[in-house]
Design a protein around this ligand. Sequence first.
Ligand code: 26Q
Length: 824
Amino acid sequence: AWRKHSAHGFENKDEFEKEAVRHIETTLARSLFNCDELAAYSGTALAFRDRLVIDWNRTQQRQTFADQKRVYYLSLEFLMGRTLDNAMLNVGLKDAAKDGLTDLGFRIEDIISQEHDAALGNGGLGRLAACFLDSMATLNYPAWGYGLRYRYGIFKQEIMDGYQVEIPDYWLDFNPWEFPRHDITVDIQFYGYVRKYQDDDGKSHAVWEGGEIVDAVAYDVPIPGYKTGTTNNLRLWSSKASRGEFDFQKFNSGEYESSVADQQRAETISAVLYPNDNLERGKELRLKQQSFWCSASIYDIVRRFKKSKRSWSEFTDQVAIQLNDTHPTLAIVELQRVLVDIEGLDWEDAWKIVTGTFSYTNHTVLPEALEKWSVPLIQNLLPRHLQIIYEINLQFLQMVERRFPQDREMLRRVSIIEESQPKMVRMAYLAIVGSHKVNGVAELHSDLIKTTIFKDFVTIYGPDKFTNVTNGVTPRRWLNQANPRLSEIIKAKLGGDEFLSDLNLLNQLENFVDDKAFRKEWAEIKYANKVRLAQFIMAQTGVSVNPKVMFDIQVKRIHEYKRQQLNIFGVIHRYLTIKNMTPEERKTYYPKVSIFGGKSAPGYWMAKNIIHLVNSVAQVVNNDKDVGNLLKVVFIEDYNVSKAEMLFPAADISQHISCAGMEASGTSQIKGVLNAGLLIGTCDGANIEVAREIGEDNIFLFGTLAEDVEDLRHAHSYSQHSIDGDLLKVFDAINSGIFGDRNSFSAIVSAVADHGDYYLVSDDFNSYIKTQALIDEAYKNQEDWITKCITSVARMGFFTSDRCIQEYAESIWNIEPLPPASKA
Ligand code: 26Q
């Protein structure tokens, strides 16, 4: 009912076929006689794209006309994954496409899997941004995303001889989901100098002159909501040599090569996504990316505001800007610069607008992940911005001094400028000072930032500036799309698919926990998903796994704090246990498949070692005749969003075993439970809230508590660090060389045994192993296991990203939904 139009609209199977074929023959200029799966994908995508575009144009018109407050979500990462299936769900004609494709001789699943993932992100933070876009559109919020259009997304991972190798991810060959807007191009300035002068009234002004200009060209991506006509916009900026700058003089005078080289230098800015997660590295190109994207986005937002002809005092009634981590912090400085230097506002008036506009989400407490930029670097690239940062800092420190006289230590601690050699700008502090709200992403994390890294700022601003919004995921992708059959039986039981937009409705599933037929189907679906994964594993790795045994997965970026090393030590322990058994004992032992996946940052040597160890252990275990089907170890190459959609539905159990206090939230535990798997986890991040929601009986928690971490670390360095006997046996096995060259893995062992065990692997090993034994035993009782799974899914309503967006909208952005007329 929300959609009544038909310009290029198809409404049924036959019309779909006509549209898809028309696109294949005309838009793509291909003959139907050699229509392969890729061409069929392209035709299908273009047919659905036409449908999206209609809603998109209407939504944008409606939002412009309504002229109410919008939110802008600034993120350097949007880890979107594939789009077609999601577009089909939201347009609502998937069945028509399915039947039409069958007529043309294709299976819809094969067509969907032709699409290349849009992988413009590293991991959790980027995927969160993608889930938030989905929820903002679904809830009819007037919202835009702003990001960078990287030519290369996160690298593709290949495993060669057990080692990670990075392959460039050139993904733009055919991307029907983006629309270039060559008419929306913004000049972006770098380098140069600042000239100061006084006008006739004696007022002083700053002018940023000289340097170089690069163009930012907008590419727009439609973001459809579920069961609504709202289709929001994601605007990605691409860098290009400036039209003004392209040196025709050079070009004509025979310096063709160097003029093209200039062009390439400009295009480098948006060329590649930085592949580090939770590690900051101060490279000039990264700073250039940040400032390029912030300037273009602020220019665009201000231009849109100015078209409404309102007074500046109304800016915060029209605009909210959310900063996804500190990566867009320069937007604060840029808005202040535009308001003061270009629009001529007084500093104080401008600053009130700025702080009323911005809010900042923190995603980490890891000190090595907190962004800092060197003052000389900013001075050179952004001379005016540096002056503004100093002025912001001065005003802030004066305010602090008035409130806390005589506390010089406090001033030193909270200064936005770190007095090091060279001086550094602390981006998180700048983001806090320039925002009206700061949030963490899970309760524990939001509490921790208030008592540790941002403690002084709570003293200064009071506790109300700091808040929590626990992360969530979109059930459209992470339940319906990833697990269509599970979604289907839930729909049947609940009498409709309203749960996909109101996830709390899942709680009605508890009424069916004893329903025999339902339980049977539930188990069959898990089994079918495991069969599919087993086939994939066979095709990709040649390893045969039995879908009847427990599938245990840990898939996420590889990082020491996430402790994949604890997992693989546990696997080795299990292997040694099996090896020490008699054939009789083996017959009654618990069989299991242990699945790993994830990328390491290319320069993160220890994480790469961990990948190598996992693959080396897999090689030995999978080929050991004594072990047979009791244990298989699999490393899934190139873990990404579309593989996640296959993996979580096939998991009996997933691992979220970070060192307590270090995983801000995590979101994959949510994906695990929502897809009818149980969790083993530490008391960290959102695990704690998952346990609270689903009940402690339905989750396997173990290990050190965050509050004890500091003391334990301290103990490691003083008393003799005593290591669990079982773990020592694991180390002996590694050191004996049975998994290959012992030297390759000595660093992994030493980090625990000799270098302070910062991540508390030895402290948690014993309880980890014991908990794994509990899981083995629990899995034997399939009836209880299924009860736990159904109960858990029923209680996961809280973890929809729709709830997150509602919280942000109400308590941070202060915005209202704008539903399409027919829904109002
Ligand atoms: C910073 C500076 C220079 C280069 C790269 C970076 C950089 C890039 C990506 C720093 C951090 C990231 C990504 C961080 C991230 O994904 N954090 C995760 O965010 C999730 C969503 O809130 C949480 O669930 C995870 O706990 C958190 O680790």
